[in-house]
Write a new protein. Structure first.
Length: 329
């Protein structure tokens, strides 16, 4: 097993729940904090430079109806704008369900110069990746869609980068739905979460409750030709939150429920490579990892540290919130 170490502790006054990560054009680590652990705090985006200095990079503009912002998955577009999954519904507040947004932010010198709403009315936008002029977004719940199996349906949406103000219905009538998933695990009905692309342009999506990684292939026109389970091993991977490829085609996955990180090799073999018991994370342990990123020869994981339950190692929330890491081979 890999030994994890503390990468940094986050300032408690602005960051209590870290989640998604991306790297800006200057090589800084950009971190989203939806801050679900403290309803009095709005979501923020932090910047962590190569010397691990932490600063608030931007406030996320609040929803005009709810007065809230909860940024989860983030990704940079080719022009340097940051695309954000504003997952309002995750908080559990009934008034915030179907208020999720995809935002496009242009940030200069810590100030938001422009905020465009790409899509609105989403139930549970979670992970996001940008590729070839499109934003691909996982939506972990589609509660309005009733499958004959009575099991949870989730999906991936695909939006053109320059689209604006798309009204999402969270039904199969949404023309931006690219592909759907059904979560078979009746004890954890939570669907599409982590998302990544390999060097060949194939898309990989984690079905959280099943602990399964789906591989989605496309034809030359960008239409889906297959959506199949590519990697799954319940003994090594319980849940699939955020995920990231390294340069050698290995996929690193945050196993949110098991307090672990798994590695999937290019041939689809799954192996748990780091794990911690229930912890406060202050010594660099995994504390409910939400998303990994490959950065500076390391795999860095954000520690969400909030959700509890019979299938979760985590039993409570502590401050300060942390990021931890291990070195790549």
């Amino acid at each position: 097993m890999k030994e994890t170490k503390l990468y940094c502790a986050l300032p408690e006054d602005i960051a209590v729940t870290p989640d998604g990560m991306a790297i800006d054009h200057e090589g800084n680590l950009i971190l989203s904090c939806p801050n679900y652990a403290d309803p009095s705090k709005q979501g923020v985006i932090l910047r962590i430079d190569k010397e691990r200095h932490i600063m608030k990079w931007a406030d996320v503009p609040v929803h005009e109806e709810t007065g809230k912002s909860h940024p989860m998955g983030i990704a940079f577009g080719p022009d340097g704008d940051l695309y954000i999954c504003d997952n309002q519904g995750w908080s559990g507040d009934p008034s915030l369900v179907f208020k999720g947004r995809i935002l496009r932010l242009r940030v200069r010198d810590g100030l938001v110069e422009r905020c465009t709403v790409v899509a609105t009315g989403m139930e549970h936008p979670n992970g996001i990746r940008i590729k070839d002029g499109y934003a691909y977004v996982t939506q972990s719940l589609l509660s309005k869609v009733q499958d004959s199996s009575k099991l949870l349906v989730s999906c991936v949406y695909r939006f053109k980068l320059d689209e604006e103000n798309i009204e999402i219905t969270n039904t199969l009538e949404d023309r931006h739905i690219l592909t759907t998933f059904i979560t078979q695990n009746v004890d954890c009905q939570y669907g599409a979460d982590g998302i990544a692309f390999d060097k060949e342009g194939r898309m990989y999506v984690g079905n959280f409750g099943d602990g399964a990684v789906h591989r989605i292939c496309f034809d030359e026109s960008g239409e889906v030709t297959s959506n199949e389970v590519w990697a799954q091993n319940s003994a090594e991977l319980q849940s699939t939150d955020g995920m990231i490829f390294d340069d050698n085609g290995n996929l690193y996955i945050a196993d949110f429920s098991a307090n672990a990180i798994a590695k999937v090799t290019p041939d689809g073999v799954v192996k748990r490579i780091a794990q911690s018991p229930d912890t406060d994370g202050l010594n660099g342990e995994l504390d409910q990892p939400g998303e990994p990123i490959v950065y500076g020869g390391k795999v860095i994981a954000s520690c969400f540290d909030l959700v509890t339950g019979p299938d979760k190692v985590n039993t409570g929330h502590e401050l300060p919130a942390t990021l931890c890491y291990f070195d790549l081979d």
